[in-house]
Design a protein around this ligand. Structure first.
Ligand code: AMP
Length: 392
């Protein structure tokens, strides 16, 4: 059965087509600058990447071009061969604790939650509508970044603010990257050969979050009402004293929107280093003796260590710590610095094993009290699995 995994942004559309249940990727790619000038798309097929220009006025046109590509490349003869389409949704609020089939009620709930994900939820609805109009026979599903974290207890997900705010304004911790944390937990169960596990999953990319997972269920996670909370990220501040916000707004006359922009786009590694939000540039800066890059990296690592330590205590120990996403899968120095700071718990790195990138690997020493792994994440596959299970 062919299943399409889709991630729609306001001007982009990423896709990956799978043959399920074999989990074989048939084709993948991304449409960019939809509705803007100079739009184009890239497709990856048989290990080759091709870029093509196209006048993409809407997401619907992008899907139509995708169908043409699938037919001309003999991947399908009829678009009805695609039985399921899974859409990635950033914010599912308290409504959704699992992947569901799309209907009008589901779409109206995603729309209602747009206030909590203004850049993402409306774009995802555009993607769903476009897919519905092109793939009329396929089962459309929605896979939420927040769903996996719905198992957190009330005392964990509430903020110590007026209790009524949760009801009235939906203020609570929802978390994010749930599809990735869930994938890693499933993969780790496979690796460890059991499901009764205590895991600390570290999704460290441009966006970054850490989850505490017990027996496959999320106990706690570092992101909050929005993906700004928790760890220091590429350009997001992570946790700060909330009263800094009104203080700076009063001092500078910044509007809420401007403040939001600084907290999400001008803070984090970029804000401290003044150089870049990209960890590769930070690593280069450190090599060149840039003091602020070094400071940014120290703060970045410290926060990761703080969350691992906090979740280690909350889980009452743990069976594995896992690094994933761009930095987690690739940055040897970040992994080493984090693990070295955890030596007090008996967690130790093996330098040789840590000399790895982008594949499943044990990177801790045999004497480490907790094994530490690198496991590449695969959110698209997780979306395809959920969609396959609902479509079949
Ligand atoms: P993601 O958001 O998961 O795509 O991750 C993006 C982050 O991964 C960026 O900060 C990249 O600099 C970082 N990254 C990717 N490759 C490497 C690498 N080889 N070394 C260090 N960081 C990397």
């Amino acid at each position: 059965m062919k299943i399409l995994s889709v991630n729609a942004g306001s001007s982009s559309l990423k896709f990956q087509l799978y043959e399920m249940p074999e989990e074989k990727v048939l084709i993948s790619g991304v449409f960019e600058r939809i509705g803007i000038n100079d739009s184009f798309y890239t497709i990856k097929l048989n290990g080759e990447k091709v870029k093509k220009e196209a006048n993409l006025k809407s997401h619907k046109e992008a899907f139509e071009i995708l169908v043409d590509e699938l037919v001309s490349n003999n991947i399908v003869t009829d678009l009805n061969e695609i039985k399921g389409i899974g859409h990635r949704i950033v914010q599912g609020g308290s409504y959704f604790d699992k992947t569901v089939v799309v209907d009008e009620d589901v779409i109206s709930k995603i729309d209602e939650l747009s206030a909590l994900a203004p850049l993402h939820n409306p774009a995802a609805i555009v993607g769903i509508r476009a897919a519905q109009s092109v793939f009329k026979e396929a089962t459309q599903t929605v896979v939420f970044d927040t769903a996996f974290h719905q198992t957190m207890k009330e005392e964990t997900y509430l903020y110590a603010l007026p209790y009524e705010w949760c009801d009235e304004y939906k203020i609570r911790r929802y978390g994010a990257h749930g599809t990735s944390h869930k994938y890693i937990a499933a993969k780790m169960s496979e690796i460890l050969g059991r499901t009764n596990t205590k895991l600390i999953t570290c999704h460290i990319g441009n966006g970054a979050s850490i989850s505490a997972i017990k027996d496959g269920l999320c106990v706690n996670t570092s992101m909050g009402l929005t993906p700004n909370a928790g760890l220091i990220m590429g350009s997001r501040s992570g946790d700060i004293d909330a009263t800094i916000v009104p203080y700076i707004m009063e001092k500078t006359g910044m509007t809420p929107k401007e403040m939001d922009h600084v907290l999400n786009k001008e803070s984090g590694l970029l804000g401290i280093s003044g150089v870049s939000s990209d960890s590769r540039d930070i690593e280069e800066g450190i090599k060149d003796g840039n003091e602020r890059c070094l400071l940014a990296q120290k703060m970045f690592v410290r926060r990761i260590v703080d969350y691992i330590a906090k979740y280690y205590v909350e889980l009452e120990g743990c069976d594995a710590i896992i690094f994933t996403a761009g930095i987690g899968e690739n940055s040897k120095s970040t992994r080493r610095e984090v693990i070295d700071a955890l030596n007090v718990l008996g967690i130790k790195i093996d330098e040789e094993r840590n000399n790895t990138r982008g594949c499943v690997a044990l990177i801790s020493s045999d004497s480490s009290s907790v094994p530490v792994y690198v496991v590449p994440t695969d959110e698209e596959l997780m979306i395809a699995r959920d969609t396959y299970n609902l479509a079949k």
